[in-house]
Design a protein around this ligand. Structure first.
Ligand code: SF4
Length: 391
């Protein structure tokens, strides 16, 4: 992650961070490989990590072509043919025609090179009809595309530049076109943790989406003062920076009881489980049997059966398997223990979050590591961080 860092950053008079920081075009995030050929977002959501990187409220920059993007992806050390791939996580690809044109080229390139990884697109902008057609053209030629619709009941004070009526309208439009939708419900602020507002959000999503992924607010050290302007308790609550996510209590309680309102509608607290469910796969992130699996995720019976069968057939990695996997990630000397019947790997060394996430998929186990405070990634539940509930 070293190339995330950019020296000599300073705040301009407008408060924007300069210069812009760039992320590698291909990198491993907690659940998916992220591919970012276009970086920078014209929108400016208060909670967005791009604010700290000088990449919010800026014109998106096209760094590499669609063809180069696919080449970088398949040649990356993080690549595996089954691994989920999220495109354009450092911009909102639906925001501008040029970004959508890049997406059209990239989907075409995935078709042409017969890359069949599941593809995730995440947006809170209007998805135009012609882009729906582009997505479906790729789907009909063998590329699995899921669209995560960010819809959290927040106002324009927090999600600046976002048209919330357009987000809501995306749901029936994409569902009508047969595109699998995951409702991305994150983050929540006290203003959106209002019971009526949460009922409306969930009710709308449950009509059209395959499932909801609910998550808290990620709080980086550099963002704390800014975020505390809209949520003052953040400044006085211990552990918010280390947390997997921070949740207003009302939201936390609501998202753990959605089954009462929508009994047939799944809600996950782990993105990997939502993907497993929509893709018809068992868990391969070491979540099965964990407290999140048993107590928090509202996971359908058929999916639980799928994971149960896969777990019964699973052969846990041996110490030699782990040593070989660590060596492949240049962590050959790191001391480790295998815990919980081979379901959890504890590495007693500082390991970058992207490598820990890659090891999770290499071995199919949860991975706990000593976190590097300079790591450009925020704390991840996949890497062992826990939630903080406020209120
Ligand atoms: S059974 Fe557990 S591990 Fe499997 S998808 Fe459901 S919640 Fe996740």
């Amino acid at each position: 992650m070293a190339d995330h860092a950019s020296s000599g950053r300073r705040a301009s008079d407008s408060g924007a961070v300069e210069p812009r920081m760039w992320t590698p075009v291909v990198d491993q995030h907690a659940t998916w490989i992220a591919v970012n050929p276009v970086q920078g977002c014209p929108k400016k959501c208060t909670y967005c990590f791009l604010n700290e990187r000088g990449q919010a409220a800026v014109p998106p920059k096209h760094l590499v072509s669609a063809e180069e993007s696919v080449e970088l992806l398949v040649n990356s050390s993080f690549y595996g043919p089954l691994r989920p791939v999220a495109l354009y996580t450092w911009t909102d690809v639906m925001a501008l025609p040029a970004s959508r044109a890049h997406l059209a080229d990239l989907l075409e390139e995935l078709v042409r090179q017969q890359v069949r990884n599941p593809v995730v697109l995440i947006t809170k902008c209007h998805v135009p009809d012609e882009t729906i057609e582009v997505i479906n053209a790729a789907r009909h030629r063998g590329v699995t595309v899921l669209v995560y619709l960010s819809y959290s009941g927040l106002g324009r004070d927090i999600e600046r530049g976002i048209r919330h009526d357009a987000i809501a309208e995306n749901f029936p439009r994409l569902a009508e076109a047969g595109i699998p939708i995951v409702h991305y419900w994150r983050p929540a602020f006290p203003e959106s943790a209002d019971l009526e507002r949460m009922r409306i959000v969930l009710g709308h999503a449950a009509r059209y989406a395959r499932c909801t992924v609910a998550a808290g607010l990620k709080v980086e050290k550099g963002a704390l003062a800014r975020l505390a302007q809209v949520w003052p308790e953040l400044a006085t609550t211990a552990g918010v920076i280390e947390a997997e996510g921070v949740y207003p209590r009302g939201f936390w309680e609501f998202i753990h009881r959605t089954w009462q309102r929508h009994p047939g509608y799944p809600l996950f607290h782990t993105n990997s489980c939502a993907l497993a469910y929509v893709l018809g796969r068992p868990d391969f992130f070491g979540v099965f049997g964990s407290q999140v699996c048993r107590m928090r995720n509202y996971c359908p019976i058929a999916q639980r059966e799928r994971c149960t069968v896969a777990d019964a057939e699973r052969i846990p990695p041996t110490a030699a398997d782990v040593r070989a996997a660590l060596a492949r990630r240049a962590l050959g000397e790191a001391p480790f223990t295998l815990a919980e019947d081979g379901r959890e790997l504890v590495i007693d060394a500082v390991v970058d979050t992207n490598l820990a996430a890659a090891l999770t998929q290499d071995l199919g186990v949860r991975v706990r590591v000593v976190r590097d405070d300079a790591d450009a990634y925020w704390s991840s539940g996949t890497a062992g961080a826990t939630p903080v509930i406020v209120g």
